[in-house]
Design a protein around this ligand. Structure first.
Ligand code: TGC
Length: 399
C-alpha cells in the first residue's frame, strides 16, 4: 500500500526513496501519538502545546534542511514530507516548524555571522531556544518595503530599533527574534536590514493576538520595539541580507514547506471523509455509495495527487539547486487554493457532524485561511506569476 494512503491511485509511492518514506512514517507516528489525541482540545482552548517541541527536536525536524550547527541536513523532499505529515495533524504545528526552521534559523544560517550561528543555531535545533521572524507590520503586509520600523546607528555604533511588527508567529515564546528594519529612507527597499534581537532586550515586548478563528493551536503576536538598543554586531552582516532579498530568501524556504504542508491537511480531510462516508448510512446505503459522493471523492483525489506531484517536482528541483522563486509561487498558489477547497468540500460531505472538532476538515479549512494568506497571499503569488508570464509588474496601478 502507498505510504500516502488510498488517495495515491497513480503509484506516487514509487517516486520516493525508502529513506524519504521512513522519515514520513516517523513524523506520522509522532502526529498519531502526540497530536491527534489532543488537537481538538488545544484548538478549542487556543493552546500551543509547547511540550511537543522536544519531540519535534528529537526527530531532527527543527532546521532540518540546514547543515551543520546541530541541524539534520535533510533534503528538500524530506523537509517537504515532514511538513506534510505535520500539517495532516494541524497547520499550527507545521507553522511552528516553519517559523523556527525556515524563517528564524534560515535567516541566521543564510545571513548570520559565525558568532551568531554558533550562539543560536545549536540550541534552536535542539528545541532549547525558540526563534521568531519579524517582517510584517500593522501597515505593511504584502508590501514589506513600506515598513516603518527603523534601525538607527548611534555615535557609539549601537543600533536602536523602534517600531512594531504584527502577525509574528511564536514571538511570545521566543528567545530570539530576527527583526527586519529600515536603516535608510522610508520605502528604500535596499535599506532593509535584519537584526538578531534577544527577546529579553529592554524595549522588546510581544503580545499574543487574541480571538483568532484560525490557527488556534498556534501563537501569532504583536511586537513593539521601543528604543531597543543592540550592539553593533547584532546586524545580519552578509551581503545576501542587504535589502529585501534578505527576508525574501527566507520566505522562499517557508513558502516551499507550505506547498507540501497543505497537501497533508487536504489528505487528512480526504481520509476523514472517505472513512465517514463508508460508515454513515442514509436512505439505507452508505454515503460512499452515492454517485455525487463518489464524484466529489474522485475530484479530491485528483487534486491531492496533482498537488503532491507539483510539490515533488519542486522538491527535486530544490535539491538539484534549480528551483526558481516563481515556481514556488506556482506551488503555493495552487496547493493552498486546492487544499482549502478540499477541506471545505469534506466538511460539507460530513453534514452537520462536520462542524464540530470531532472531525478535522473544518479545523483544517479554518487554518488554511491563514496559510493561504501568510507568506504571500494568493493575489501576491498570482501577480508574481503574471509578471513572469507578461514581463509587466502589476502590483500597483503603475506597475
Ligand atoms: P522588490 O522590492 O522589487 O524586490 C526586492 C528585492 O527582493 C528580491 N526578491 C526576491 N529574492 C528572492 N526570492 C524572492 N521570492 C524574491 N522576491 C523578490 C528582488 O529581486 C529584489 O532584489 P534586489 O537585489 O534588487 O534588491 O520586490 P518585488 O517587486 O520583487 O516583490 C513584490 C512582492 C509583492 C512580490 C513582494 O513584496 C512580496 O513577496 N510580498 C509578499 C510579502 C510576504 O510574503 N509577506 C509575508 C511575511 S511573513 C508573514 O506573513 C508572517 S508568517 C510567519 C510567522 O508566522 O511569523
Amino acid at each position: 500500500a502507498s505510504f500516502l494512503g488510498p488517495v495515491d491511485l497513480i503509484g506516487l509511492d514509487a517516486q520516493f526513496s525508502a529513506q524519504e518514506k521512513d522519515l514520513a512514517r516517523s513524523v506520522r507516528s509522532l502526529v498519531d501519538e502526540h497530536i491527534r489525541p489532543n488537537i481538538a482540545a488545544w484548538y478549542e482552548q487556543a493552546v500551543f502545546p509547547r511540550e511537543i517541541v522536544p519531540e519535534l527536536a528529537r526527530l531532527g525536524l527543527l532546521g532540518m534542511h540546514l547543515t551543520g550547527y546541530g541541524c539534520a541536513g535533510r533534503s528538500a523532499v524530506e523537509y517537504g514530507l515532514a511538513a506534510s505529515e505535520l500539517e495532516a495533524g494541524d497547520s499550527g504545528l507545521r507553522t511552528f516548524v516553519s517559523v523556527q526552521g525556515s524563517l528564524a534559523m534560515s535567516a541566521l544560517h543564510k545571513h548570520g555571522s559565525e558568532e551568531q550561528k554558533q550562539r543560536w543555531l545549536p540550541p534552536m535545533a535542539a528545541g532549547d531556544a525558540i526563534g521568531c521572524f519579524g517582517l510584517t507590520e500593522p501597515t505593511a503586509g504584502s508590501d514589506p518595503a513600506s515598513m516603518r520600523t527603523t534601525a538607527v546607528q548611534d555615535a557609539g555604533g549601537d543600533w536602536v530599533l523602534n517600531g512594531s511588527k504584527r502577525w509574528i508567529g511564536l514571538a511570545t515564546l521566543a528567545d530570539v527574534a530576527v527583526i527586519w528594519a529600515q536603516t535608510g529612507e522610508p520605502g528604500d527597499a535596499r535599506g532593509v536590514r535584519g537584526f538578531v534581537v534577544p527577546t529579553d532586550t529592554p524595549g522588546f515586548h510581544a503580545e499574543a493576538i487574541p480571538q483568532k478563528l484560525s490557527m488556534r493551536a498556534s501563537v501569532q503576536c504583536d511586537i513593539t520595539l521601543t528604543g531597543v538598543r543592540l550592539p553593533p554586531d547584532a546586524i545580519l552582516p552578509a551581503d545576501s541580507a542587504v535589502g529585501l532579498k534578505g527576508p525574501f530568501a527566507c520566505l522562499n524556504e517557508a513558502r516551499y514547506g507550505i506547498i507540501w504542508g497543505v497537501m497533508g491537511a487536504a489528505r487528512d480531510s480526504f481520509d476523514a471523509v472517505l472513512a465517514y462516508s463508508s460508515e454513515r448510512t442514509q436512505f439505507g446505503v452508505p454515503l460512499a455509495g452515492f454517485q455525487l459522493t463518489q464524484a466529489k471523492l474522485a475530484d479530491m483525489a485528483l487534486e491531492i495527487t496533482k498537488g503532491y506531484l507539483l510539490a515533488l517536482q519542486l522538491g527535486r528541483s530544490k535539491d538539484a539547486g534549480t528551483l526558481d522563486p516563481v515556481a514556488i509561487s506556482v506551488g503555493k498558489l495552487n496547493n493552498c487554493r486546492e487544499a482549502i477547497a478540499i477541506a471545505r468540500e469534506a466538511r460539507e460531505m460530513l453534514g452537520g457532524n462536520g462542524i464540530t472538532l470531532d472531525h478535522s476538515p473544518l479545523r483544517h479549512a479554518n487554518n488554511l485561511e491563514s496559510v493561504r494568506t501568510y507568506e504571500g497571499t494568493d493575489e501576491v503569488h498570482a501577480l508574481v506569476i503574471g509578471r513572469t508570464l507578461t514581463g509587466i509588474g502589476a502590483f500597483t496601478a503603475s506597475g
